[in-house]
Design a binder for this molecule. Structure first.
Ligand code: ADP
Ligand code: MG
Length: 617
């Protein structure tokens, strides 16, 4: 038998290598923009069409390439950035592997136009599937233009793997932000389908963060700076009150490169100990400057983890740096003159009447009279009885429930499947005209045939509103409550793309929102049940959930909207309800499609059986 091993042709080898380096349009943008930075560009334009499927164009004013270099650049392991293995330990460039261009031209049609300052004519090269199609001198301005067309044109399987345009665009923005934030001294622009998403002038780091992530952050950034012999840490952390449930704005950079570092993340979280609302996580933009000899540069091209030699020492330095800046903030009020806009000092208008704050109290209140006893002290129960009651609802509270929904929606349809049997059992329980009793401003109790029924008032109301909102959305009609002082919401470019996706369905639950500037929206009306509440956190939560979700589809988006709004608008615990309100609520609950579970999967109803009551007495 003849020998069977042979070398793969370059074009095939490059295609295989491309599988590692280029997963999606976002990877092309990352590689090409990094090359432009390495070429010393001060202005980098990114132009994309169809989320990068049909065109990705990067235009820079960097140093350009000679005719020979332009041709060489597409060879595998061709780089101008290192010469020997030793250079790996003193690396100051983003690239060094010489793989990116070889990979990109293996899986797309690429055109390169480039000229160095000293050359009169530039070079044009056209490549497709690793082959040179055309090369000629051209006249062009100094710098380099890469046009990458029809990504994965020769690998249909990879093309099929691409997600929706919205998802791919999101990946692009994520990669773009990771680079643009840490290079504020380079001007950037990003255009998608002829629409400008970013126009970022050269600026300070703080201004760049605000330009990318929205003005909402401008009064929330605290400076951090520590210089040690090991490294310098600089950047910003968000004030504790700007922490959010989702972890979006958390950036570590090392020597100008974005990195993920779960261990250092813990140091930041520790510095925020006891300062954050439950389940929230702070914003941070932290830059490490360190001798490249102390980090492992031989990282995988697409991995964002980086290994440090002295991780523990850096952990402690980082912890104290963040603590120090949070400490300064809590002692000294933050007067920040470094923002782009003016400070928000309300102007006193002499025509406005100033009213003394009014205290709302009930002059008839008599703490010894039973009907006014506060719900938090046990309603109408005396101390001894209260002890037993506390125990009765323990089981209900501790019932194992799924995590509250933040990132991923629990599909309501799944809940109803699981709840079907229970649904039938409890459907017969509701008898109109029965007496109800509110306990601790939290539960509605009533006697049923099999025992004592508890209804969680917040979850019940959430279920009622959820079904109502969903109906509004599907029937394309809803009620909006106009607000007297419209709220303005500044979003990042990334978030405003999501807002555009959500806007139509939001209108049906009652949000009257219009575009008020580039990434600014004005909320003129809110769902009727949200009257008097700030809509910003609700909209933010919806956008974050949408961003993090791996599920897509119109009904998932609609359910998510209905869920987030119903969660916010449902009556809170502690709200004392009148007999009429209770009775209306129970009636509405039992006419819901699923009255056993709240839309986030938590149980609404539980019954303490007669035997159990007997057993306890
Ligand atoms: P690497 O960046 O790892 O060196 P690439 O394949 O990304 O490998 O690029 C190969 C070479 O092409 C680079 O080393 C650089 O010399 C040259 N090059 C790429 N992009 C540009 C650009 N925008 N301007 C000038 N030179 C570039
Ligand atoms: Mg490169």
């Amino acid at each position: 038998m003849s020998d069977i091993i042979h070398l793969l042709p370059d074009s095939v080898a490059n295609q295989i290598a491309a599988g590692e380096v280029i997963q999606r349009p976002a990877s092309v943008i990352k590689e090409l923009v990094e090359n432009s930075i390495d070429a010393g560009a001060t202005y980098i334009q990114v132009v994309i069409k169809d989320a990068g499927r049909t065109l990705i164009q990067i235009i820079d004013n960097g140093k350009g390439m000679s005719e020979t270099d332009a041709r060489m650049a597409f060879e595998r392991h061709a780089t101008s950035k290192i010469k020997s293995a030793d250079d790996l330990f003193s690396l100051h460039t983003m690239g060094f592997r010489g793989e990116a261009l070889a990979s990109i031209c293996a899986i797309a049609q690429v055109e390169l136009r480039t000229r160095r300052e000293e050359d009169e004519l530039g070079t044009f090269i056209e490549m497709a599937g690793s082959k040179v199609e055309q090369q000629k001198p051209i006249s062009c301005s100094k710098g380099t233009i890469f046009s990458v067309k029809n990504l994965f044109f020769n690998i249909p399987a990879r093309r099929k793997f691409l997600k929706s345009n919205a998802t791919e665009l999101n990946h692009i923005l994520t990669e773009f932000n990771r680079i643009a934030i840490i290079y504020p001294d380079i001007a950037f622009s990003l255009t998608h389908n002829d629409e400008e998403i970013y126009q970022l002038p050269e600026s300070t780091l703080k201004q760049r963060i605000i330009n990318i992530l929205g003005k909402g952050l401008s009064n929330h950034l605290l400076n951090i700076y520590t210089e040690t012999s090991l490294l310098t840490i600089s950047g910003f952390v968000g004030k504790p009150e700007s922490a959010r449930k989702q972890m979006h704005n958390q950036y570590f950079f090392v020597n100008g490169r974005y990195m993920r570092h779960p261990y250092f993340h813990k140091a930041v979280m520790k510095a925020f100990d006891n300062m954050l609302a439950p389940e929230t996580s702070p914003n941070y933009f932290i830059c490490f400057n360190i001798d490249p000899a102390n980090i492992d540069v031989n990282i995988h091209p697409t991995k964002t983890e980086i290994k440090f030699e002295n991780e523990q020492a850096i952990w402690s330095i980082l912890l104290s740096a963040v603590k120090e800046s949070l400490g300064k903030f809590s002692v000294v009020p933050d007067i920040d003159f470094d923002t782009d806009g003016s400070m928000d000092i309300p102007i006193l208008n002499s025509a406005t009447k100033i009213h003394a704050p009014q205290v709302d109290f009930n002059p008839d209140y008599n703490p010894f009279k039973q009907e006014y006893a506060s719900p938090s002290t046990g309603g109408n129960y005396n101390k001894r009885e209260q002890f037993d009651w506390e125990k009765l609802y323990e089981g209900f509270e501790n019932e194992k429930t799924p995590e509250p929904i933040q990132a991923e929606i629990t599909l309501d349809s799944h809940i109803s499947d699981a709840a079907d049997t229970k649904h039938e059992e409890t459907a017969s329980l509701h008898q109109p005209g029965v007496e109800y009793f509110q306990f601790k401003g939290k539960y509605i109790l009533t006697s049923v045939k099999s025992g004592l029924m508890f209804i969680d008032q917040h979850r019940a109301h959430m279920r009622i509103l959820f079904e109502q909102y969903l109906q509004f959305i599907t029937q394309r009609k809803g009620l909006s409550q106009q607000i007297l002082f419209p709220e303005l919401i500044d979003l990042s470019a990334e978030d405003s793309l999501i807002m555009e996706e959500l806007k139509e369905d939001l209108a049906f639950v009652g949000f009257d929102i219009d575009k008020f500037g580039k990434n600014t929206y004005r909320v003129n009306g809110v769902p009727a049940n949200m009257d008097g509440m700030s809509c910003l956190p609700v909209l933010e939560e919806m956008i974050s959930a949408q961003k993090e979700s791996t599920l897509s589809g119109k009904n998932i988006i609609q359910e998510r909207i209905a869920l987030t709004v119903s969660k916010a608008a449902a009556i809170p615990y502690g709200k004392v309800l009148s007999a009429q309100e209770i009775s209306n609520m129970v009636d509405s609950l039992f006419s819901c499609k699923n009255h056993n579970y709240a839309p986030d999967g938590k149980p609404i109803i539980n019954i303490l059986s007669e035997e159990e009551i007997e057993h306890r007495l």
